[in-house]
Design a protein around this ligand. Sequence first.
Ligand code: AMP
Ligand code: FE
Ligand code: FE
Ligand code: ZN
Length: 282
Amino acid sequence: MSEFRADLHCHSTHSDGTYSVKELIVLAAELGLKGLSITDHDSTAAYPKAFELGAAHDVLIVSGTELSCVHRGHGVHILGYAFDPEHSAIQKWCQQAQNARRQRNESILRELHRINLSITEEDLLEANPQLKSTTTRGRPHIANAMVAKGYARSIQHAFKSFLIEGCPGFVGWDRGTVEEGIATIHEAGGLAVLAHPHIVKNGSIVRDMLAMPFDGIEGHYARFPLDKERRWLDEAQTRGLLLTGGSDFHGAVKPGQPLGCSWAPENTFQHIYKHMHEATES
Ligand code: AMP
Ligand code: FE
Ligand code: FE
Ligand code: ZN
């Protein structure tokens, strides 16, 4: 029998991925994935459609999202699973985050305009045809337009030279705290997981995160080798936290992270799947 693989981290066209919900689920089925969670940034728009498509294509689906939070001025991503996507707490979070992002994105375009890099709404739509069905716009959409207009050689170049902290197009934004993010997921009946701890560079932020009431850690991530994952697998085990995993697949925007390149162990998936069904049946 083939190994049970469940990719618990990927993005659709509802946020900064380039595959639709249907394309993701069809691809997951083709790859032989048994389980999937679509974790759009500050959005649950993939649901309930993902549940219906999962049933049609024999892929088990758990609800998911990736919340953009802040802790002492640093961005931290939290994955939420097995919550009720219609719950008012999660809906309120997504609404607020999408509004704050809209303002931030407009400020980024103003800052870029000041250095004579002009990007219009038409440019954004032309470079990102999927934007019509997007609930959460982000920097990758701006990066795509910068490449299309010849302002950057690649998406990486656009980020490194213009869009990350310290660059002329960087603008901070008003995100909820990590404590608020975890509480929101719990209020909606879900499980909160610290996303990709491997890429949180500041050691004191990591220490703070490990003291927060997370239910799990994303120990298996993208194409990270085992020696880079080891610490997080050990942290999950010693702290009795769920060990999750996923590719963080975004389609064409991040070509080095194909769907299914990381996955959660079967026991983790079954725990999360059961949690979701118990929560919705009670
Ligand atoms: P935002 O949430 O709008 O601030 O954009 C952050 C998103 O941009 C992340 O979730 C990634 O999908 C993407 N991203 C961040 N840094 C890079 C990078 N260096 N290259 C490509 N994509 C990136
Ligand atoms: Fe993203
Ligand atoms: Fe992330
Ligand atoms: Zn992600």
